[in-house]
Design a protein around this ligand. Structure first.
Ligand code: GLA
Length: 737
């Protein structure tokens, strides 16, 4: 059985924040005279106060203020007009739907008497260690909201969450519940940045002016989703990659979510993030509470690049398993594109031998090893080893892989079931469904109702024995469809919508419990590519699979988009065969390697088709990767030339935290008309130190000095002549002692 207490601890990603060491959290302050709360961390001050109506109002979110600056007391605003009452044009820290609220509120509830009016005012607060907790209460009913604020002293990233409590003597239905509302200063030139996509095309960075009205980013799918990712950034018109203000944030939740950016009638900008209110209706009995996920909000003066570097650092230091020093990603081999479902002991052993000769550290057998899984039509749910493919079980393969000096990893998709499976035949009631309604399939599969305790316990049992009985170091945890018919027929109708929350809580609990029982096992979050990447799942998984699209050129823009929100420390990228299945584009093996070396490197090609020179190239580049990967995965990332918007080039630079190593990737799409490519100027080096340059792939202008100061590389720069189509170059810079 899954320990309920432990599960609760792990259920929301806020748990990661609570484990933040006290010394790395900013010390909050409350000034009673000013009625103002203040948090300072990194280059950021966040302040809010209690206004004369008893509402919580944002006072400042932006660059760091002076220590003695006065922030309050705040006189509550008046109505703008009889149409736009004060409540809808004030920068409230948290609001209820009530009292004339017409923009996105934090909370909306329905009561048994039909009332749907909540007006929240300040009741009390506490400053415990580094946490500010503020208790709000409805003006008439015993409905309470506790807001929680914790700031990271280093990055200034603020973790915000809320708990709603029903202390009335009857039920309430929570129809809308946000983690936080964040208010930006009034400006008329904001630009909104967000990430969109679809299967095999995730991580497209969108940018548009923030106009009056609402912009809604969301998933109604039961999971994070490919189409929108729960991350946003808002910049000013003249903000660029390295300069200017950026407000940004991401929601740590792997279920249906919504982020609304409202520009109110007088130009105030409010970001509201939390559970998706669509179809939500979470019933709270008297005495019950509902906790929101955590919204992580940050600010940078250093452009989009500065914003993402803060996010990467925060994720490494406070979110990822093993924080503040998450493990470096090993180089892996994955069988999927090579063998699809046609896995067997002999074939995998042959691949493993070849993989080991390249310097691969982890061999992962993908889909096809279990049940009757010969295609995507059968077998999901039956997590027993297929006896035709593996007559002696998995142990001989695992021993072989281990004897070759590699770890062994396995693909699983625990939350799903094919109709053609023993599990479904035995438990047709275990899936998410509405009674007597069709059960829509996607990829021939249905979603198990993980909110059910029996399903949760079954999955824990199956996965626990798989890990107990085998020497497995890694699970690729897949999830290949969205929900349909989101019903839970075995509970009362008014309890059914709880599926949206309970499913994800049990998913987090399951992952946390498996990690506790098998601390050496690492997990990858995959959902048909990048359908489940968010700061909730990242607290429980060591790496993510950004996309099934492994075309190395498509990946440049996708990886760039990804890097705006999430750390290269978790971003896996594979070298696969050419021409690539996505675009039929042919690229050199070196180009494919360089594209994949921008993250955690994997090989997914069919090694049986490689010739001697392919093996030599791969072996060399894998060895090189091992010398630069710490900087690539954990360094500071500078996006020097973006591949977006038809750009002919893509250049990124990663600089190690101590500035002793830098790694420069330079790609060109096509050279034309003997055009000269402008020199690349580096960033983030120590200007006074001397750095040597080393060619890992490609070449530079022969007049380039072998060593030069950081100042030289950052001002004079480096010329990289690249001729042809899909060319890549890679250079390492090392400080000379
Ligand atoms: C999903 C994953 C792939 C692969 C297949 C296996 O599409 O994203 O990497 O594991 O499932 O069926």
């Amino acid at each position: 059985m899954l320990d309920r207490r432990r599960l609760c601890l792990a259920l929301l990603s806020g748990a990661a924040i609570l484990s933040m060491p006290l010394k790395s959290r900013a010390q909050p302050a409350y000034n009673d005279r000013q009625k103002a709360f203040r948090l300072d961390g990194g280059g950021v001050t966040y302040a809010f106060g209690i206004n004369t109506k008893g509402q919580l109002e944002t006072l400042h979110w932006g660059g760091r203020l002076g220590d003695g600056d006065t922030l309050g007391p705040v006189t509550a605003r008046g109505d703008h007009s009889s149409f736009d009452l004060a409540i809808s044009v004030s920068p409230l820290e948290y609001s209820g739907f009530g009292g004339g609220m017409v923009i996105e509120p934090g909370l909306k509830v329905a009561c048994p008497d039909g009332s749907r009016d909540v007006v929240l005012t300040y009741l009390s607060h506490s400053l415990e260690g580094s946490t500010i907790s503020v208790r709000l209460k409805d003006i008439a009913r015993n409905i309470y909201v506790d807001l929680r604020y914790i700031m990271d002293a280093d990055t200034g990233i603020l973790s915000r969450s809320a708990v709603v409590e029903n202390r009335t003597d009857d039920w309430i239905d929570v129809q809308h519940f946000a983690a936080a509302i964040l208010n930006l200063p009034v400006n008329d030139d904001y630009r909104l940045h967000y990430l969109t996509g679809r299967w095999a095309a995730e991580w497209t960075l969108q940018e548009r002016p923030l106009e009056a009205g609402s912009t809604v980013l969301e998933s109604r799918r039961g999971s994070t989703g490919h189409q929108n990712n729960p991350w946003i950034a808002i910049s000013r018109a003249d903000t660029d990659e390295e300069d200017g203000p950026v407000w940004f944030g991401a929601l740590g939740w792997s279920g249906s979510w919504r982020i609304t950016v409202d520009k109110d009638a007088v130009g105030g900008v409010h970001v509201v993030a939390g559970y998706n209110p669509f179809d939500f209706d979470y019933r709270l009995a008297p005495g019950e509470t509902l906790e929101s996920p955590t919204f992580y909000a940050g600010y940078s003066d250093h452009g989009m690049g500065g914003a993402s570097r803060l996010m990467h650092r925060f994720q490494r230091n406070h979110i990822l398993p093993g924080h503040p020093a998450p493990k470096i990603r090993p180089v892996l081999y994955n069988s999927w594109e090579a063998t699809t479902f046609a896995v067997d002991a002999r074939g995998q052993m042959a691949l493993a031998e070849k993989a080991a000769s390249l310097g691969i550290e982890r061999f992962v057998m993908d889909d096809g090893w279990f049940g009757g899984r010969n295609s995507d039509k059968a077998g999901l749910g039956d997590w027993w080893v297929n006896p035709q493919k593996f007559p002696k079980g998995l142990k001989p393969l695992i021993s072989k892989v281990r004897s070759l000096g590699m770890e062994f990893g396995l693909w699983v998709e625990p939350e799903m079931v094919n109709a053609d499976s023993d599990l479904y035949r035995a438990h047709p009631d275990w899936i998410i469904n509405f009674r007597d309604r069709p059960r829509t399939e996607g990829r021939n599969q249905m979603v198990l109702n993980l909110a059910r305790p029996d399903v949760r316990d079954h999955l824990l049992g199956v996965l626990d024995s798989l890990l107990r009985d085998h020497d497995i170091s890694f699970l690729k945890w897949d999830y290949n469809r969205n929900w349909s018919e989101p019903g839970w027929p075995d509970v009362a109708p008014d309890q059914q919508p709880k599926l949206y929350v309970e499913y994800i809580r049990n998913l987090y609990g399951l992952l946390a419990e498996l990690r506790r029982r098998h601390p050496h096992v690492e997990i990858e979050s995959c959902a048909g590519g990048g359908g489940r990447v968010d700061m909730g799942i990242m607290a429980l998984t060591d790496q993510v699979w950004p996309s099934d699209n492994t075309d190395p050129y498509d990946r440049l823009t996708m990886q760039e988009g990804f890097s705006h929100a999430y750390a290269p420390a978790v971003m896996m990228a594979w070298v696969t065969d050419s021409p690539n299945w996505v675009n039929q584009r042919s690229t050199s093996l070196a180009y494919r390697f360089l594209s994949s070396m921008q993250g955690g490197l994997g090989i997914g090609a069919n090694l049986n088709h490689w010739d001697k020179s392919d093996f030599a190239t791969a072996k060399r580049l894998i060895a090189e990767y091992k010398t630069i990967r710490k900087t690539v995965q954990h360094g500071n990332l500078y996006r020097l030339i973006s591949p977006r918007n038809g750009s002919n080039r893509s250049v990124t630079l990663s600089v190690s935290a101590d500035k002793s190593q830098a790694v420069l990737f330079a790609f060109v799409h096509s050279s034309t008309k003997l055009d000269a490519l402008p020199a690349i100027t580096l960033r983030g080096l120590d200007p006074r130190k001397i750095y040597s340059i080393r060619v890992i792939e490609g070449g530079f202008d022969p007049r380039t000095p072998p060593t030069a100061s950081g100042a030289y590389w950052m001002t004079h720069g480096l010329s990289v002549p690249q001729k042809g189509d899909f060319q890549g170059s890679l250079f390492g810079f090392e400080v000379q002692i």
